[in-house]
Design a protein around this ligand. Structure first.
Ligand SMILES: O=C(O)c1cc(=O)[nH]c(=O)n1[C@@H]1O[C@H](COP(=O)(O)O)[C@@H](O)[C@H]1O
Length: 236
C-alpha cells in the first residue's frame, strides 16, 4: 500500500444490521473499519467477527485496568484478529508492557500480531478538561509525555489528535503508528470533538491513519462522504 494516509471509518451504532450495511457499502471506499464500545456492547463479539469479515478491523475497546486484567482481556480478543487495537496509555508502563507481551504470546509467529495502540489524551478533551481532572499540562505536553511512556513500554503506536503529530514525531521519530481521530471535513459539525483538523491537514501533518465516524455515517450519502475524504487524502 502507498504512503497515503489511510481512512478508518468508525461504525458507531448499536444496530448489527446498520453496521453490516455500512461495512458492505463502504467496502471499496475505506481502508479499515472501526468497531468500538457501542457496537461491541450492544451486539457482542460474534457480531464483531461477522461484520468485520473481509475488512481490516480496528477493534477499539480502550482497555484500562490493572495489568493482569488488561493483558488477559487482550488475549481473549485475539481470535477476532484485529489489525489495530487500543488500551489507555494512562494505565502506565506495566499495563502497556503486559499488553504487548499478551499479544506476542497470542500471535507467536508475529506477522499477524495486532498493532497495540495507546490512547493518549482523548480528542474530546481540551486544556480545561485536563485541568478538571488534575492535569495542569497542556494537551500537547500531556500527549507527548504519555506517548513517550507508551512507546518505551512496548506500544506500537498512539492515538492522538492531529495537533500533536509534529511534536510526537520530533520526540519519537517516524516508527510509531499514529492514528488520528477528531477529523472534521471543512464545514462539518464538530459534535463533541475539541482538538480537530480536516482530513487534508491531518494527512499533511503526517497521520498514518485517520478515524472518521459521524461525518461519514451521518451523511446523507455515506459512500459519497467517504469518497470525498479519500480524494482529499490523495490530494494532500
Ligand atoms: O480511540 C479512538 O478511536 C478515539 C480516540 C480519541 O481520542 N477520540 C476519538 O474520537 N476516538 C474515536 O474515534 C471516533 C470518532 O468519531 P467521530 O467523532 O464521529 O468522527 C469515535 O469512534 C471515537 O471513539
Amino acid at each position: 500500500m502507498s504512503n497515503r494516509t489511510k481512512l478508518i471509518v468508525a461504525l458507531d451504532t448499536a444496530s448489527r444490521a446498520q453496521a453490516q450495511h455500512w461495512a458492505d457499502s463502504l467496502k471499496d471506499h475505506v481502508d479499515a473499519i472501526k468497531l468500538g464500545l457501542e457496537f461491541t456492547y450492544a451486539c457482542g463479539l460474534d457480531a464483531v467477527k461477522t461484520v468485520s469479515a473481509g475488512h481490516r478491523l480496528f477493534l477499539d475497546l480502550k482497555l484500562h485496568d490493572i495489568p493482569h486484567t488488561v493483558a488477559s482481556g487482550l488475549s481473549a480478543l485475539a481470535p477476532l484478529h484485529p489489525t489495530l487495537t487500543t488500551i489507555h496509555a494512562s494505565g502506565g508502563t506495566e499495563m502497556i508492557a503486559r499488553s504487548r507481551e499478551a499479544l506476542e504470546n497470542a500471535f507467536p509467529n508475529g506477522t499477524d500480531r495486532p498493532k497495540l495502540l495507546a490512547v493518549t489524551v482523548l480528542t474530546s478533551m481540551n486544556a480545561a478538561g485536563l485541568h478538571e481532572i488534575g492535569v495542569e499540562s497542556t494537551p500537547q505536553e500531556q500527549v507527548v509525555r504519555l506517548g513517550k511512556l507508551a512507546i518505551k513500554a512496548g506500544a506500537d503506536g498512539l492515538v492522538c489528535s492531529a495537533h500533536e503529530i509534529a511534536p510526537l514525531r520530533d520526540a519519537l521519530g517516524n516508527d510509531p503508528v499514529l492514528v488520528v481521530p477528531g477529523i472534521r471535513p471543512a464545514g462539518s459539525a464538530t459534535d463533541d470533538q475539541k482538538r480537530i483538523m480536516t482530513p487534508a491537514q491531518a494527512a499533511r501533518a503526517g497521520a498514518d491513519w485517520i478515524v472518521v465516524g459521524r461525518p461519514i455515517t451521518k451523511a446523507a450519502d455515506p459512500v459519497q462522504a467517504a469518497r470525498a475524504i479519500m480524494v482529499e487524502l490523495a490530494g494532500a
